[in-house]
Design a protein around this ligand. Structure first.
Ligand code: IVH
Length: 680
């Protein structure tokens, strides 16, 4: 076997084992750094030799593929849905129906009902082949590349006793922590947040860029094994068996003898679900024995052997006291209903969001109305309607505001967007504070010696009005400032004071931020819709702020990831003289507004189309040499063939390599020749 192929196979197996140790056993044996090193090595080898890439390559976990359009494929076995119940009586009815067909005691398997979207994953000869969404049950979308990025989906199975072909069914979901982080990021760049983790999971799974899917942290919970020649005659044992093939089997999976034990399980999880870090919306009960399942068969729509018990969202009607219109950090105006306090699913609800003008209009809220509020366990309270019976005659509609409550600017609502926003981004207090907070963020300038509280103070004292003002702050201005923040929203009262050490840290942090690379500065200045990734792509494409700020719309659209909305937003940003002034001041303060020489790729495409093998020792590191080859448009390859353009030979190049190059007629060049070639 070719030695490179062998190395790729070995690295793939090693990395998959490390992934398994990390994600499934929670017991890693190498550091993250070592893991990344091995992964990069494999990525490099695969790039040079795509023909040797293994179907279970762990590089697929980090994504990189772009799916233009998801192919529609037919399911091998149809994907059924379940009947729903909301009460214990209906669970008893479910068992009674079963007993009219099979008159015997029934054993059930009880599971959580994960709140995400269904997926079917096919395995052929132990290798993950394809992942398909439910679609209409008969056919769905092929989302394989995206599902491969999910760590708990094994790409190659362990053991040797699995059927040649089978499908694992389960739910793709987004854990709460990832959901909150994602929404926070979206708000930062002016994208509307996802309403709930399920929407976030389904929006993410349909993304075209699998690298972005990988970054967002989806998770997978399996709940069914489908196929011929299954290893056990019961559902429970089959799921347990999946563990030995390398799947992560949910912790909560319980056998129940008769429906009364099922009801105990339901009671337990109705309260306990608050402790879970991922969303569920009920529990699922399945007849455990496959032969019985077969015997019970289907009704018109659902299997008779399984049912979903959905947790009730508690609902109350309560008077609307008033509506606040809050201006967010990106200028979006959100209506929030102040309610007469009402107990709901364990807490007292006083406020609930009305989302936007469209939602408010659809609810048709009138003055003095009573509103229905709903809350299910972990979820934030939601207004679901108006209690029409309690409406006063001739009650007037509550209009959405037309001017900004913070700055008085006329609000804007675009036809194709649900949100209303204040366009006065440079002079509206919450938006100014939002920009300042965004600027200091970890992924932006990383000024961690400042924080929300300090920003608030600096803003109030008019010391900082734009992000450029940070660079004019002096020791004497800051020393001794103090402010007491009253207790609110469960947070205790606190005092923020600028003592000597604090001030020194702040100024040192500001000073250090002058070394932050261009791509992060570009993200930090807060162009609407320009997130971290887009900023990176723009920086690499235009290389400096002058080219970016003078780019035409067509030029902007050339950048992968930039669509109409982002392009327009960039143009608007640089058309505003106040933004230009901020950029000039930041530049004068010494911030990076261009790629460093090293970052600028490629300087010239002199090496375009050239495959180069680097061998031996050089005056600079081999990695640096390789980076240079890429910067000048060339390709690094690891073994010499007749297609190799040059062998770049350092000292101590192996005699075998030299012989091979000579026999194939591949030119051998020295380090000096190389520099001449690229004109350095
Ligand atoms: S079993 C025939 N088990 O709920 C068996 N479904 O309509 C089919 N779901 O679309 C599903 N957790 O996406 C099953 N533990 C679980 C589940 C579950 C969530 C979803 C699934 C399905 C819907 C039921």
């Amino acid at each position: 076997m070719n030695p490179i192929e062998q190395e790729i196979i070995q690295l793939t197996a090693d990395l998959n084992r490390h992934n398994y140790n990390y994600y499934m056993l929670d017991a890693p044996v190498i550091s993250d750094y070592e893991f990344d090193q091995l992964l990069h090595k494999l990525q490099d080898l695969e790039k040079q030799h795509p023909e040797f890439m293994q179907p279970d390559s762990p590089t697929q976990r980090v994504g990189g593929t772009v799916t233009k359009k998801f192919e529609t494929v037919k399911h091998v076995y149809p994907m059924l849905s379940l009947g729903n119940t909301y009460s214990e009586e209906e669970l008893v009815d479910f068992e009674n129906r079963i007993k009219t067909i099979v008159n015997q005691d029934i054993e059930y398997a009880c599971e959580l009902k994960y709140d995400g979207l269904a997926i079917s994953i096919q395995y052929e000869n132990g290798v993950m082949k394809r992942a398909v969404t439910r679609g209409d049950g008969a056919q769905g979308d092929d989302v394989t590349a995206n599902v491969r990025t999910i760590p708990s989906v094994p790409l190659r199975l362990q053991g040797d006793d699995y059927p040649d072909f089978f499908e694992v069914r389960g739910e793709i979901l987004m854990p709460f922590a990832r959901f909150e982080a994602l929404n926070h990021e979206r708000e930062d760049i002016g994208e509307p947040p996802f309403a709930n983790p399920r929407n976030a999971a389904s929006g993410t799974l349909k993304l075209q860029e699998s690298a972005e899917v990988a970054r967002r942290g989806l998770d997978f919970r399996l709940y069914y094994l489908m196929g011929e020649n299954l290893p056990f005659p019961t559902h429970y044992d089959c799921l347990m068996k999946l563990k030995s093939w390398g799947f992560r089997v949910p912790d909560v999976l319980q056998k129940a003898q008769g429906i009364s034990q099922v009801i105990d399980f339901v009671h337990f999880w109705d309260t306990e679900r608050k402790t879970l870090d991922f969303p569920i919306d009920g529990i699922v009960v399945k007849v455990n024995d496959f032969a019985l399942q077969q015997q019970l068969g289907m009704t018109a729509k659902n299997p008779r052997w399984a049912i979903a018990y959905k947790f009730k969202a508690e609902k109350q009607s309560t008077p609307l006291l008033s509506i606040d219109f809050q201006v967010g950090r990106t200028g979006i105006v959100t209506p929030v209903a102040n309610l007469s306090p009402v107990p709901l699913a364990g807490t007292i609800v006083k406020r609930a969001t009305l989302h936007n003008a469209e939602v408010m209009a659809a609810l048709d809220i009138r003055e003095g109305d009573h509103l229905f509020v709903e809350k299910g366990g972990e979820i934030i309270p939601k207004i679901v309607g108006v209690d029409i019976d309690k409406r006063l005659p001739n009650a007037r509609p509550v209009p959405f505001i037309t001017v900004c409550p913070e700055c008085g600017a006329t609000l804007v609502k675009n036809e194709d967007e649900a949100g209303t926003f204040c366009p006065n981004e440079l002079h509206c207090a919450p938006q100014i504070k939002g920009r300042l907070e965004h600027f200091i963020g970890r992924k932006a300038m990383n000024l961690d010696s400042l924080g929300e509280g300090k920003i608030e103070i600096l803003f109030e004292r008019k010391l900082v009005k734009t992000v450029a003002d940070f660079y004019d702050l002096t020791y004497n201005q800051l020393l001794g400032i103090e402010k007491k923040f009253p207790a609110e929203d469960g947070k205790a009262e606190r005092i923020v004071s600028f003592r000597e050490k604090t001030v020194e840290n702040i100024l040192a942090g500001i000073n250090n931020s002058r070394t932050v690379p261009f791509e992060r500065v570009l993200f930090a200045i807060g162009i609407r819709y320009v997130g971290e990734t887009t900023a990176k792509k723009l920086a690499r494409h235009f290389k400096n702020i002058d080219r970016l700020s003078s780019a035409t719309k067509d030029e902007l659209l050339e950048v992968n990831d930039v669509g109409d909305r982002v392009a327009d937003s960039i143009i608007d940003f640089f058309n505003n003289p106040e933004n230009l002034e901020i950029v000039i001041r930041l530049r004068n303060a010494g911030l990076h507004f261009e790629l460093t020489e090293e970052e600028a790729t490629p300087i010239a495409n002199i090496l375009e189309g050239k495959s180069i093998v680097v061998s031996g020792v050089f005056s600079i590191s081999r990695d640096d040499i390789k980076k240079m080859i890429e910067q000048y448009g060339g390709k690094n390859v690891s073994s010499i063939s007749k297609n190799t353009s040059y062998v770049l030979a350092g000292e101590k190049m192996g005699p075998e390599k030299r012989k091979k190059a000579e026999s194939l007629g591949v030119p051998i060049i020295s380090e000096t020749d190389f520099y001449k070639l690229i004109g350095k």
